[in-house]
Ligand binder design. Sequence first.
Ligand code: TMP
Length: 236
Amino acid sequence: MVEQKEQLYEGKAKKVYATSDPDLLIVDYKDDATAFNGLKKGQIVGKGVINNRMTNYLMQKLEAEGIETHYVEELSDRRTLVKNVKIVPLEVIMRNVVAGSLSKRTGLAEGEKPSMPVLELYYKSDELGDPMINEDHALAFGWATRDELDVISATARKVNAILTEFFAGVGVDLIDFKIEFGRYKGRVILADEISPDTCRFWDSKTKEKLDKDRFRRDMGGVEGAYQEMMRRIGLK
Ligand code: TMP
């Protein structure tokens, strides 16, 4: 049995603990919610449990399709044992439909469909508000190597294809999502979370938003949207 040790880190949505095995960590999902780089703060009751369980379900699905992830074992409703990766300081966003900051940056209407999925890179820095960058920046400033970027973009596109098909099957359009990668024993593997905090989910028929945009935009019905996504996936 792996034992939980000292807290290493507390982020906006999760706490991370060391364990008795140096190769493993425990993540503990909170109900705390922030938006706009922490400017807006609140709670989404039950979110920690939902994000933990949904992330683990999706990570296992991706593993079954040949994508290595940091997932090891769900320990409780909010806590999961994961591989002790060193996070690559990049946020990788895949977009299938125009929304959010892409709509703001380009003036294209939310809901417009690009002719192909769009991959974006952001530099992970709370102080800078996660600025958008490109591959040259990542290479030139040593944030990732050429080989790592190749693995990251091929994996991100494969994750997008698998998740888009899966969510379509439960009546949900996967509009866009953010993923992160970590270095582990010489490999770059999928890490962090995949949840309504980090994805945009729209009901395929009504286009109702079933994700954190309801919190970001003060739309109400936040908890209900998260619960509805669990129900769609068959987790409740
Ligand atoms: P954006 O349109 O605001 O750039 O967001 C794109 C996607 O990334 C959306 O699904 C929400 C997710 N996201 C995060 O997971 N964390 C963040 O800090 C931001 C800004 C977006």
